[in-house]
Design a protein around this ligand. Structure first.
Ligand code: FAD
Ligand code: N01
Length: 540
């Protein structure tokens, strides 16, 4: 049972993070009867959807699917208003979940875990926070997020010289008003492609600093029609089942045909139809788009054609065309009016591959050709230290003094089934490296993990066991499996600088981090190990 005073606590389970993962863990494990608490660095629940408040922020999974499946009552009553939810709508939903289930009383907000140490004698973790708390627990659940630590702007030349305002998309001030200002945005990934069109509507001038162009598919967001939500509600249980049965964790009407088996006209018509429909369904146009280079070349050509059709200045259109990697090797971007934005008279594209950014100045930037741009506000949409960042920023000491940050910074992350890492007993990773996570509808991936954890903890208790940890050999094989599956696809190919493999951070070890086999195969793997008395884990 728990003992607690203001500066210390003794728990069965400590959860780090109160986004989708942490909230469900808290609800589920509390319901299972454990003495459990969560700590959250931010002042509110929501994780990603609390921090990323930039104009235009929106999810690319449909709202009715980007929500928990474990509360049928909420499925029947929650009023989603748009096909794809905006950041504020998802945050509102998560606040409603927290309130309905009275989760806040077991969350310490504005509290960052800075250190975690395993004690081999007591078989418990001691976690220390930046508020001076010391929390011991038998298990720690790392619900810290794959995309929760921003990339530092240290690779921007003389960045510190700029004296204007700097805004970061991952922690956007609620009161920021850029109306009528001269603004520059660095970054044209999923975040950049959402914030750029939104800002272009209100600012005086917008300089878009692009390094690697992306394939940007139109979202085609719209309000939910009258009666549409009722139809979905009538079908919700089946809809949830279909989502769980699709490798992407969300049902997509995938075309079973291969792109190169049909003639050029059918290929084009299929791409066109999917383009008009918008969203990630575009990726289901043909079965082999991520497996066959020729098929991928065809879809790249189609998107290039769309860029030419949309962007009036041919030189700008040319710079917007990705050429150095297959579509999908970098996370495809879903956004509204992205290419159209470059026709606006107040928008200028600066491509730093053809004209490098030489230096920041006090008032803006200078490029190698000597041209300069001044602006009042710089927006950083430069991405994240993905997967490992939230782990390596905590001083985690496992058995025999092993330091997780040292191991993962030099060798890269290693896990068994994306759930556990050898040398760090009773530390569970949630929807992060080594599991489908970002290659799926993340809510499905999160629910798989939380359910598995709930069973695992019950089994440990029933078997009188106190520790569980990845076996080194099983871990090595899983890392190789994750890499091998990725290598069967076009995901790891080309010069994309993708955060999927750490290539966006200078010096970060490069290996493909998410499991690309899909949530269905993944669920079979994690269920199999459980049914096999936790094969691949050392339990005691
Ligand atoms: P997070 O939401 O990242 O929450 C982790 C929490 O842990 C954070 O609040 C953080 O403050 C906290 N934390 C981290 N370290 C510590 C520490 N040491 N101490 C205390 N607290 C800590 N996924 C999709 O499936 N579809 C989408 O359309 C989609 N859109 C996205 C858009 C953006 C802008 C971003 C950044 C991500 C998007 N994702 C999307 C991925 C998204 O991160 C997941 O879908 C999901 O929200 C992750 O939930 P989580 O709880 O695992 O992690
Ligand atoms: O980050 P990114 P993001 N000089 O890493 C550029 C999810 N998400 O925040 O490609 C110049 O993709 C960098 O250039 P390059 C989604 O999973 C989803 O946009 O490295 N440029 C790139 O253009 C997504 O994939 C939604 O050459 C520099 C950009 O910054 C993930 O979050 C919305 C630079 C970073 O792009 C991350 O997306 C938003 C430098 N020194 C996010 N450093 C949905 O709609 C970096 N860049 C679902």
């Amino acid at each position: 049972m728990s003992k607690e005073n203001s500066n210390s606590a003794e728990l069965d389970v400590l959860i780090v993070g109160a986004g989708f993962s942490g909230l469900y863990l808290l609800h589920k494990l509390r319901g299972d009867g454990y003495n459990v608490r969560a700590v959250e660095a931010g002042p509110e629940v929501g994780g990603t959807w609390f921090w990323n408040r930039y104009p235009g922020a929106r999810c690319d999974v449909e709202s009715v699917d980007y929500s928990y499946s474990w509360d049928p009552e909420m499925d029947q009553t929650y009023e989603w208003t748009e096909k794809y939810p905006a950041q504020a709508d998802i945050l509102k939903y998560l606040k409603a979940v927290a309130d309905k289930n009275d989760l806040r009383k077991d969350i310490d907000f504005n509290t960052r875990v800075t250190q975690m140490t395993w004690d081999e004698q007591t078989k418990r973790w001691t976690s220390t926070t930046d508020t001076g708390r010391s929390i011991t627990s038998q298990y720690v659940m790392m619900a810290v997020g794959c995309l929760s630590v921003p990339k530092e702007p240290s690779d921007l030349p003389n960045f510190d010289r700029f004296t204007g305002e700097v805004l970061r998309t991952w922690n956007w001030p609620e009161d920021a008003d850029l109306t009528g200002k001269k603004v520059a945005v660095i970054g044209t990934g999923s975040t950049g492609a959402q914030v750029i069109p939104a800002l272009a509507e209100i600012v005086d001038s917008l300089l878009v600093i692009q390094r690697t162009p992306n394939f940007v598919i139109p979202t085609r967001n719209r309000p939910l029609n009258d009666g549409e939500l009722d139809e979905i509600r009538a079908d919700y249980p089946d809809r949830r089942r279909r989502n769980r049965a699709h490798p992407a964790g969300v049902f997509r009407s995938d075309n079973p045909k291969n792109a190169m088996e049909v003639d050029a006209q059918e290929r084009h018509d299929t791409f066109q139809e999917r383009w008009e429909g918008g969203g990630i369904n575009f990726l289901g146009a043909f079965a082999d788009l991520m497996f066959n280079k020729e098929a991928n070349d065809a879809v790249c050509e189609f998107v290039h054609e769309k860029i030419d059709e949309t962007v009036t200045d041919p030189a700008v259109a040319d710079l917007l065309k990705p050429r150095s990697y297959p579509m999908g090797a970098k996370r495809p971007v879903i956004a509204t009016d992205y290419y159209e934005t470059f026709n606006k008279p107040n928008v200028t594209l600066a491509d730093v591959r053809t004209n490098a950014l030489a230096t920041f100045t006090e008032t803006g930037v200078e490029f190698v050709d000597g041209s300069t741009y001044d602006f009042d506000v710089l927006v950083l949409a430069t991405g994240f230290d993905s997967f490992t960042g939230a782990f390596t920023q905590i001083d985690i000491t496992g058995r025999d003094g092993r330091k997780l940050a040292e191991e993962w910074t030099h060798q890269g992350p290693a896990t068994y089934l994306g759930l556990s890492t050898a040398g760090f007993p009773n530390m569970v990773l949630v929807a992060n490296v080594g599991s489908p996570s970002v290659l799926a509808n993340m809510i499905t991936a999160i629910e798989q993990h939380v359910e598995w954890v709930s069973h695992m903890l019950a089994d440990q208790k029933a078997n009188g066991r106190t520790t569980i940890e990845a076996e080194p050999i099983a871990q090595k094989q899983w890392v190789e499996t994750v890499e091998a599956i990725a290598n069967m696809t076009l995901w790891p190919q080309g010069d994309s600088g993708s955060w999927y493999r750490g290539a966006n951070i200078p010096g970060k070890p490069q290996l493909f981090m998410p499991y690309a086999g899909g949530v269905v195969e993944y669920e079979k793997a994690i269920d199999a190990t459980r049914e096999n008395n936790y094969s691949g884990f050392v339990t005691a």
